[in-house]
Design a protein around this ligand. Sequence first.
Ligand SMILES: [Fe+2]
Ligand SMILES: [Fe+2]
Length: 374
Amino acid sequence: MDPFSHHNSETNPTLQKELAADRPRTSVAQLSRHEREILIERGFRSLYRWYLQQTHSKRNWSPDTSFDWSSLRRDHSPQIVNIVEGFYAVEQFAPDYTTELTRLTRSNYGRSHFHIQWGAEEERHADVWCNTLLHMHGRSASEIESYTHELRRSAWSLPWNNPIHMIFYTVLQERATELIYLNLAKLTQGRVAQPCVPDHRDPVLAHIARTVAIDEAAHFNFFLEGARLYLFYQPDEAIPALTDVLRGFMMPAADLIPNYDEFTRDLYEVQLFGRWKYVREVVDQALAKLGVLGVRELESAMLDSRHGAPSPAEDTLLVTAWTGLDGALLETTVHRLFSRLNEYERRVGAPHGQEGTFELLTLPEEAKIPAGWS
Ligand SMILES: [Fe+2]
Ligand SMILES: [Fe+2]
């Protein structure tokens, strides 16, 4: 089970009690834009501190010493070797991912600091896939070295130069990556519907894939919580960004890796990923967790908010912007996050918590009616 899942709070009686005690007081639409930005930053700062503590206490693994390398199979099919090489290629752009995203978000303390920690975790993924290639005798050290030189001639750059676009991009990318690694774990554990020829079972490779997938799930959850903060506090900016990202999403480094087509062909052939999986298990799942009722509803809400009544008040604009979102779900998840972070700050006696617990806010009643219900 993913130790980072926020669902733990659903069965935690202490948190449940706090949720009940932390009654929403003010409507978020009554706040100024500046006040809403401060709450987003405050949320990221506390979420980052919580994340860091969880990472060091629960996910401290080493790419060199956490796996039984001598028992890794050395007779994997060329497809599995190509796939592992593709994982290595994508993950070894970690310095670019980290610097670009840290720079983009540098005005937000929690989010930019998170990107440094996140980059360190992505970097160890490159190391573990490099070790896997070597120990499975899939590639020689000199082959990996020349491949790495080739990869390092190009640098990854941001697909969108905007922090809100990039939070949605990272939500989708992390969920897709988690899914692919989980599927490799299932394949190598023999947990697939159709018996495979050749037999891909390998407990060591399954252990590696599961370990990396747990990291990706933690990243997904961080970005998901952050994306909800933007949808809750800045729906007028977040919703257009989300629809842009849904229209233009491409997996990272797809245009930088020379043999990317072979990599994706093999991923699809052994059924670790595919278009259907992307739609049903990445996009649909991520949108459901974000409280998005449907992309069409979002787009029509955006048009309404841009071409609606002349010069509407900002709170009216915000209420319109939430149309297309399941406002009640969004409000509940943001409150649950804040209760968890308040509890964490109290527990550790965090100095950054002395400025007070989070002000818990509510959406205006009109914004809680899902689209199509009114
Ligand atoms: Fe990764
Ligand atoms: Fe990740």
